[in-house]
Design a binder for this molecule. Sequence first.
Ligand SMILES: Nc1nc2c(ncn2[C@@H]2O[C@H](COP(=O)(O)OP(=O)(O)OP(=O)(O)O)[C@@H](O)[C@H]2O)c(=O)[nH]1
Ligand SMILES: [Mg+2]
Length: 222
Amino acid sequence: MGAKVKAVGRRAAPKGLARLRTYAKGKEILVLGPSTAGKTKFAQYLRLGALDAEGTREMTYHITKSPTFVVNVGPDGQLALNVRRAVDTPGQTGPIQHASLVGLRKPHAVIILLDSSKAARTSISWLRLFCNRLDTVLRRGSYTKRKLREVVVLLNKRDKISKSQFEELQESVREELDRYLSVALGKKRAHAVPIMECISIQTPQGSALIDQVIAHLAQRLA
Ligand SMILES: Nc1nc2c(ncn2[C@@H]2O[C@H](COP(=O)(O)OP(=O)(O)OP(=O)(O)O)[C@@H](O)[C@H]2O)c(=O)[nH]1
Ligand SMILES: [Mg+2]
């Protein structure tokens, strides 16, 4: 056995009473981001643990809620990510609507996916509009803010960019979060929002990056 143990493993969809229990303690994860960023691929992997091949694209037209499920994380699967529902959204509705959705749904976690292979200014302008609106949503909604445990930004399609491109984009995203979320979340919390690399389809790199994201979520939502 090598030293590296696969971080994320088994998915389960509990039935009957077990499902109710998982539902009760489970968390709502809201998946947001521009069109074609990879939201649906990410949400699918989260629930099913299998990556799609590249190019199979189906535009999402409606908000899509998953059933309740559990992902067992860690070397022996001892950490459980209980998901009440993962909510996939259509990117075409835009950043303002996505931020408003946080106020409407009051999720425990928000995952923002950006397509890192697109021109940085495209992603940044989406993010700026989103954060600007989210600032209002969180300042008006103290319950929404209290319930929101974790916000993560994923720079998806990491397979399409170099390390230096990734770092450059990460820095620009950090600036936006610092600038636009420091009031609503507090300086420290805004600055602590993770900006993680992610690959949500089959590539030679495998599932290591997306597994890291899921392990992070499991820790933060435990
Ligand atoms: N190279 C690469 N392609 C990806 C990755 N993630 C998703 N894709 C591709 O990007 C396209 C869009 O993925 P989706 O998951 O459908 O994107 P979406 O954000 O749900 O898009 P909308 O539903 O329109 O908002 C698909 O063709 C995927 O194969 C990735 O990490 N790397
Ligand atoms: Mg989609």
